[in-house]
Each structure stands twice: as structure tokens, then as C-alpha cells.
Design a protein around this ligand. Structure first.
Ligand code: COI
Length: 364
């Protein structure tokens, strides 16, 4: 793509989109990541042409050469953000430029071409406008999944010379089956998610693939999520399988593990840091050991704990289970700091609370 000439998006509307009554039925209780809209955006990158062939087109399966690099060496990155329908019919995104920048950082770490911020934003806006009828009202939202993968047919181990940047959309409700109810987490003592120098700060499929066995262990123990410790000392709390973690203490202060290359720099994490500081809370980004977590929960010093992420929003953590014993946080059901932060965040995202930080990006 010539940087002074934005790409033209070719529109190929779906010849047979889902009928309005069927769409309404699918929006009633969509769950998370099961229902998809009519369209997708695709943009190609080739070594010779750069970014090219931008299209809004019917959502359909890809044809992939069996030698496509992504199938062998996992050169793939993704993002997650949501479009919200406001009460007066508007459509908002929340800090999409942050996702654009993180997508660029993930691309650099995976030796992939960088998607210019304006192309990333345009691709999302094009899809949201094309599929606006799929944005649920009420507490639902349209989860947008931009991703990019290597599709050169070549088995040598080097960065691919061809990529596809894609955006798909999925109307969603709550990520966890219990909605806003407190979740339980399983401490993985066997597996780690990311090591120093690895890809922990990148949003790449490989990190999630590496978490699945630990997540399956968590599910076997009746837990909703797995929590990982650091790879070097197996001591410091890092993050859950797919979300960041915060701790709330009896003096109103808060703590979250620091970004150090092994933790995903969450957009929601960053927003919570800002909102909590705006409330006058002392918020530390500091190492927190598992032993301290248990001791603080047992002494009552730790009052609340929550997971946060685009998919999870802000979800209270009620119980921690591990091979060496279980413990409960507070009354096991969350608490008012968690609820208050969630309400403020969601209120801003849906245009119901003034957006003093300039986080909201209006699409319609
Ligand atoms: C997100 O919150 O957007 C994620 O990518 C996490 C995943 C568990 C869905």
C-alpha cells in the first residue's frame, strides 16, 4: 500500500444474508463466539505488492494450500474488541487504536508485516457498518476478531512472503456461562504460559494453544479459568488463560502484575488502571506471589479479586483451587469495588457515562 493513498475497499454484499427473523432469533442468547455475521473483511499482503485487495465480502470458508506457512509454523496473530449499540441507536468502539497498536506489536514479534493503524481501523469500521444489524442491544455487543496469518505455500522456516489480514464479527453475550457471577480459577503448577524473551506480550494463537492443556486441567477441576505463574521461579502470579488479573485490598488499594514481556498488555487492564486511579485508589503494578495471594485471602487483607479483558469485561474471581489446597476471596461472590469498576467501564463503553478520556470511537 502506498502510504499516502488509502486502499479502496471493494464491497461484495452477501447474495443471501440471514433473514431478519432468523437473525433476531440468533441474537436472543448468542453466548460467546458461536454466532457470526454475514460478512468479513479481507486484505492481502504480498512481498511484492504490500497491502492490497481490500474487500468487504460474504463470510465463507477460505481455501488454503496445505503447505500454507500458518499451518506448519503458526505465524498468526489476532485481536479482540467490541462494538456497542448505544441507547439512542449509535454504535461505539472502545479504544480501537489501542488494538491497532498492539496488533502492530504482535506482528513485529511474529516477524509479520505491520498493518497501518488507519487500515486496521478502516477494516473494522467497514465490517461494523456492513453488519450493523447484527449488533445486539441490551447487554450484548458485537465482538470483532481481527486476525492475520501467513499463507505462503512454502515449508522452509522463515517469515512468509504472503499474509491475509481478516476481520470477522460475532454477536456475543457474557463470556462466562454464569454471566457476572464470580468465577473460580485453577492454579497451574505444571504448565507455564510464557517465558522471558518469548511471545507472552504478543496476541498470537500459539500462546493460547499452549494454554489449552492447562485450561482443560482447570475445567476438570471444576474451574472456569486457569491462572499461570511466571516461568522462571514458578512464584509470581502472571495472568489467566485469556485475561489479566487485579487484586483489591482492605485499604482500598489495588495491585496487578506488571507488564514485563510475559503478560498481555490488555486494553481493559489499562482502562481499569486509569479508572481506579481516577477514583483516588493507589494502584500498584507489582509482582505478587501465589503464597502472598493465599495468605492475604486467608487473613482478610485481600477483599476482592477480578479478571478483566475484552471478552471477560470485569469478572469477579471467588475461589482459587490448586493441587495444594483451595481458598476463597472475601465472601466468594465478588464485591463492590469490582462491581463499581465494571459499571463505570461498561457505562463509558455504551455512552451512558461521560467519556472524559476520549476512549469512545463513534462509528454510527
Ligand atoms: C479477548 O478478551 O478479546 C480475548 O482475546 C480473550 C479470549 C479469551 C477470547
Amino acid at each position: 500500500m502506498n502510504s499516502d493513498q488509502p486502499l479502496t475497499f471493494v464491497h461484495r454484499p452477501h447474495p443471501a444474508p440471514v433473514a431478519a427473523d432468523e437473525r433476531a432469533a440468533r441474537l436472543v442468547d448468542p453466548g460467546f463466539g458461536r454466532v457470526f455475521t454475514d460478512h468479513m473483511v479481507t486484505v492481502r499482503w504480498t512481498h511484492d505488492r504490500g497491502w492490497c485487495d481490500a474487500e468487504v465480502r460474504p463470510r465463507e470458508p477460505f481455501q488454503l494450500d496445505p503447505a500454507s506457512a500458518v499451518l506448519h509454523y503458526a505465524q498468526e496473530i489476532f485481536e479482540g474488541l467490541k462494538a456497542y449499540r448505544t441507547r439512542n441507536g449509535g454504535v461505539y468502539l472502545f479504544r480501537p487504536e489501542r488494538n491497532a497498536r498492539r496488533f502492530q506489536q504482535s506482528a513485529e514479534r511474529l516477524a509479520m508485516p505491520v498493518v497501518p493503524e488507519e487500515l486496521f481501523l478502516r477494516a473494522i469500521e467497514e465490517l461494523v457498518k456492513a453488519d450493523a444489524a447484527w449488533i445486539p442491544g441490551g447487554e450484548g455487543s458485537l465482538y470483532l476478531r481481527p486476525f492475520m496469518f501467513a499463507n505462503e505455500a512454502f515449508l522452509g522456516v522463515r517469515p512468509s512472503m504472503e499474509y491475509l489480514f481478516v476481520v470477522i464479527a460475532s454477536p456475543v453475550g457474557a463470556y462466562f456461562k454464569g454471566g457476572k457471577k464470580a468465577v473460580s480459577v485453577w492454579l497451574s503448577e505444571t504448565y507455564t504460559r510464557a517465558a522471558p524473551g518469548g511471545t507472552g506480550a504478543a496476541k498470537c494463537g500459539g500462546n493460547y494453544a499452549a494454554s489449552l492443556l492447562a485450561q482443560a486441567e482447570a475445567t476438570r477441576h471444576g474451574c472456569d479459568q486457569v491462572v499461570f505463574l511466571d516461568a522462571a521461579q514458578h512464584r509470581w502470579v502472571e495472568e489467566l488463560g485469556g485475561m489479566n488479573v487485579f487484586f483489591v485490598f482492605d485499604d482500598g488499594s489495588m495491585l496487578t502484575p506488571p507488564l514485563g514481556g510475559t503478560i498481555l498488555p490488555g486494553v481493559t487492564r489499562d482502562a481499569i488502571l486509569t479508572l481506579a486511579r481516577e477514583e483516588g485508589r493507589a494502584v500498584r503494578e507489582e509482582l505478587y506471589s501465589y503464597d502472598q495471594w493465599r495468605a492475604d485471602a486467608q487473613s482478610g487483607k485481600l477483599r476482592e479479586c477480578f479478571a478483566c479483558g475484552t471478552a471477560a469485561v470485569v469478572s469477579p474471581i471467588g475461589e482459587i483451587k490448586s493441587a495444594s489446597g483451595d481458598f476463597v476471596i472475601g465472601n466468594g461472590a465478588g464485591g463492590e469495588v469490582t462491581d463499581g469498576l465494571r459499571a463505570r467501564l461498561v457505562g463509558i463503553q455504551r455512552g451512558e457515562i461521560p467519556d472524559t478520556q476520549g476512549w469512545v470511537h463513534k462509528v454510527l
